[in-house]
Design a protein around this ligand. Sequence first.
Ligand SMILES: [Zn+2]
Length: 123
Amino acid sequence: MATYGQKCGNCGEPLTPRGGLPSRFCPRCGCRLPTSPVSAPGNVPATARRVSAPAIASLVLGILGLPMGCIPFGLAAIFLGMYAHGRIESSRGRLTGKGLATAGIVLGIISSGLWLAICAGAL
Ligand SMILES: [Zn+2]
């Protein structure tokens, strides 16, 4: 059986998480416990990295918007791409897909431009 693997450095009391969360103070002597190194920022294992969902959605909308010359798809792709950029920037390396988001923004601008060109041609 896998134990939580932490003991109080002061009294040696084995520590078990309560209510799903690891306790921050020893239940026996009440001393403060060192926080887990896993929660330290910038210490993200490669397996925990994933592609940002809004970045994928932005690219898909950008591609879909192109043949249609459809401005709602294009605008959605631009906003989703920008949103994804912000999320990726603040994720401290947990989210990837910046290239996808950029491609989504570019495709969104092109499809919106296409729509405007069609509109201008129709007038
Ligand atoms: Zn203790």
